[in-house]
Design a protein around this ligand. Sequence first.
Ligand code: ZN
Ligand code: ZN
Length: 548
Amino acid sequence: MSLIKVIPLGGTGEIGKNCTLIETENDIVIVDCGISFPHEEHYGVDIVIPDFTYIIENKEKVRGIVITHAHEDHVGALSYLLKEVNLPMWCTPLTEAMVRSKLEERAKLLEVKINRMTPGEKFKLGEFEIEPIQITHSIPETSAIAIHTSEGAILFTADFKFDPTPVDKMVTDETRLKELGEEGVLLLLCDSTNVDREGWSHSESEVGPSLKKIFHQAEGRVLITQFSSNIHRMQQICDAARATGRKVSIAGRRMEMTFQMCRKLGYIKVEREDTVPIEEAVKMAPNKIAIIVTGSQGEPRAALSQMSRREYSRVKVREGDTIVYSARPIPGNEGPIWRVVNNLVRQGAKVITDYPTPIHTSGHASKDEIRHMIALTKPFYVAPVHGEPRHQKSMVDLLVEGGHAEHRIFVLENGDQLLINEEKAWIDDAIQYGEVFIDQNANKPVTDAVLRQRTGLAHDGVFVFTVVIDQRDGAMANRPRADVRGMVADKEAIEDILDDLCTILTKYQPSELLSQDYISAQILEAAQKIIWRRTSQKPVVIPIVEIV
Ligand SMILES: [Zn+2]
Ligand SMILES: [Zn+2]
C-alpha cells in the first residue's frame, strides 16, 4: 500500500500559474509550470510564478515535467524553474517549439532536455506510467494527462472543451476517456474556468463564417485582435481574408513570431502570396487588407494599445477602419480594454466587440461539457482546478447535484497536500509555497519590502530628510533639509514637519546623535508619525545623517 500526494504549487483557487506535483515515496512528477499576472497593486511586477522551494528541496525525486499545452499559464515559469534545477520535460512538438523559443529568448537555456510525447502512447517516469490523451482547447496539441499510480489513475483534464469540429480536425479522444472511466479513475483534476456558463461552448470553427461576413462587409481595412497563441483563430483569419480578397499582415512582435513559427511547422496553412509585411500593407487599398494585431487585453505596450494612443508609427488608425475584438476580456482587464476601444472610436474606427454570430469562443468547457467529462471518466475523487474559489464552489454544486458524494470532492488551495491511500483521501497541512513576483527588466524577484516601498511611493511619494551633525560637539550643524517628491504638502506643512523633527532631535545626547545607524532609525520612526499627524500621508521616508 502506498501513499500518493497531490500538491498544487499554483493553479487552484486561481486561474494561472498551473503547476501540480504528484508524489510517492520515491518519485515526483510535475504537471505544467506556468505564470499568472500581477494585480494592479503589484507595481512594476510583470509576472507571478510559483515558489519552487519544495521542488528544489526534493529535486532528487523529481523524474520530470509533463506539459499539457503551450499556454503561458502552463509553461511560462519553466525558464525560472529550469534555471534552478535541470529537469527533463515531456511535451508535444508544437509545445516544444513554443517552449524552446521562449527558453532561448528569456534564459538562454539551450541545453534543456525535451522529450516528445504522443497522445495514446504511454511512457514511464519513475514508478508512474504517464498517458497523454488528445483533447480540444484553444491551442493545438493539448493533452489531458493520466498518471497511472499503484492506487489508480490520476487524470488531469488540462484546459479543455469538447469541440466536435475543431479547426485541425483533432477531436477529443472520448473513446479513451470512457475506457479510463471503466478502468477506474481515482482522481479527476478538472478545469472549472467556465463552470458558470450554461450549456455547451461554441466550436472554434463557428468563428470563421462570422469573420468572413465582417471581412466582406467592411469597406476599409480590417484590424483584428486576438490572443497571440490562438493559432486556429489565425488560420481562420487567413481563410476569411483569402475568401474576401484580402492579404494578411501582422502587427506585434510576439504574434509575428508565433505566426511565422506555426507557418514553418505547418500548423498554419497560408500561401506566401496571401501575406504581406506591415510596411506594404499600409500602402495597399484599404479593402484589400486584414491586419492581425496584438493587444486584445488592453496591454499597454501591445500594438493596438499603442495605436489607440497614436504612438504606433507603423500603422495609424483612420476613418473607415473596422477593428474586430476576437477575444473575451480576462476578468480584471475590462478597464484598460474599454479605454483602448474608446480611443479607437475617437479616431473614427468602427469597433466590433459583439456580433450576432460568434467572433470568439472560449477554449474552456461550459457546464454541460464538464458534466460530459464526469460522465465519461466516472472519477472516484474530484478536485476542481483552474478556477477561482467561486468556480471551484460552482463545480462542487454541479457535482453534488449530479449525485457525487460531497466527501469525495476536494477544494484545494495552493500548497495543500491531498493525500490518497487505498482507503481514503484527505487534505493535510500545506507545504512551503507562495508566490514570487518577477520584474522582467531586472529578471529578478521583487521582495515584499520592495513592493511595500513601491506602494508607498505610488500613493504618497518620498520624503528625504537630511541632517548634518558636527562631530566636534555632536550638535546639528545647521537646520535639517527636506526634499519631497510626489507628496501632496505645501511649503508650510513641510516646514512644520521639519520644526517637529528638530525639536525631537534636540532631546538626544551628542553621543546618540553621532551614532549614525541609531539616530537614522529614530528619525525614521519619528518622521513617519509626524508626517502622518500633519498631512495624513505615508510617504517613503529616507533619513540621511551626515557627520562632518
Ligand atoms: Zn490554462
Ligand atoms: Zn490553456
